[in-house]
Design a protein around this ligand. Sequence first.
Ligand SMILES: Cc1cc2nc3c(=O)[nH]c(=O)nc-3n(C[C@H](O)[C@H](O)[C@H](O)COP(=O)(O)OP(=O)(O)OC[C@H]3O[C@@H](n4cnc5c(N)ncnc54)[C@H](O)[C@@H]3O)c2cc1C
Length: 441
Amino acid sequence: MDEAQGHVRDDPVDELREWLKDNWDPELTVGAWWERLGAAGWSSPMLPVDCYGRAMSRSDALRVQAAIAAHGALGPPQGLGLALAAPTIVAHGTRAQVDDYVRDIVTGQKGWCQLFSEPGAGSDLAGLSTRATRDGDVWIVNGQKVWTSGGQLADYGMLLARTNPSAPKHRGITWFVLDMHQRGVEVRPLREMTGSALFSEVFFTDAEARDAARIGDVDDGWRVANTTLHIERSGMGAGGDAPVRGALLARPGTVAGDLDKRAGDFVVRAATSSRTARSPAAPRSPAQIYIELARRFEKSSDPLVRQELVRLHVLREIIRLNTERHKAVRAAGGDIAGIANCSKLAMATIVRLQRDLGLQILGARGMLHAYDDDGRAVVAAQAGGAAAALATGQALSAQALPIFGGTDQIQRNIIGERTLGLPKEPGDLSHLPFSEMPKNS
Ligand SMILES: Cc1cc2nc3c(=O)[nH]c(=O)nc-3n(C[C@H](O)[C@H](O)[C@H](O)COP(=O)(O)OP(=O)(O)OC[C@H]3O[C@@H](n4cnc5c(N)ncnc54)[C@H](O)[C@@H]3O)c2cc1C
């Protein structure tokens, strides 16, 4: 069906289509195009109008993305800046901070990473021990982060650091913007079993965060971080099983080196990639992708495969309907407690189901995996096409979503304690000053 059908004339997406006719030019550099797109409010249209957005609903924002793609233009600068930092800074930052940081995010000029998890603080994030100590107008940062997606490509980091060890663990944390390009910040990429190195370890040795780059009050970073985490979980439940974070085509920021390249080249690559190499987990029609895989490998009449295909379709539909229900409740000024956690859990179930279904269809071929383009071509030829290679790749990366943004167990704990009002886990020591707590408690 034509995109424009069924929408009334004052549909804001019509305005975008007109704008694209006047503004999209494949000869622009990526940086120049993103400058136009972001300054006009189309990069992150859910942000408020005075914060470089257009105050649109999530569903309209998705239609904006679809309209940009349908026009054949390069999409907005995806990444953790746009997804997490911008809405957090809009919610808790000052006007000056919105202008300093959010503008560069929506125009793709800066890349961001999330410096939350540490070797001893993942699920128990409030147990983090990276220290920030005030020295006049700056804070001196020492410690270590891990699992930092895109850390090696980031200009800025969303840093959670302990600023008051004498306070209970949730009350002595502060949220800072950290400049990643400084002495005292060392980024070491980590290679995963997929073959990619999407994460890093990040070490701080007397690194500096300006007090002007503090988002929210001193020691009130847990509240700010909860905004970041809530946005992260909501995004995942709304279809966040798309490519693992960091695996994007045109990358924002000064480090990746894409800003000076021709924007039109990335559209060609995106179109090619969506035809030949779309992840089997892409949210548009995942069951269909597995149905086609089953047909190709003559498994479409296997009753066990059929049963799982239907299960995948039904789970997807439940998530879609829940998202619609949540949208309707929010439009009426309400909310549904725990829905972001439930949706994230459901997506984790779906990526596991897709992993198992893909491997069930592929059989022994599913054991083949390659770590570079040449190898991928060989594996695709041996294993029966790019779709088969992608199903295997998806199976390997399926471990990610059930962990990041809070593991399945943590989602269940949150739903139990905060939504259902069940008693907290026994032995809770979170009232103690952080400095008096046993390590990892
Ligand atoms: C793909 C990916 C990308 C990521 N990107 C980032 C990033 O950019 N920035 C960032 O800061 N972090 C990132 N992370 C880290 C992620 O947030 C943590 O891995 C996650 O919070 C879990 O922490 P952990 O790995 O330390 O596991 P742990 O907290 O050590 O948990 C180990 C196991 O114990 C279980 N467990 C722990 N506590 C409880 C409990 N109270 N009750 C029941 N079970 C429990 C967990 O569910 C898990 O199964 C990423 C992780 C992944 C997989």
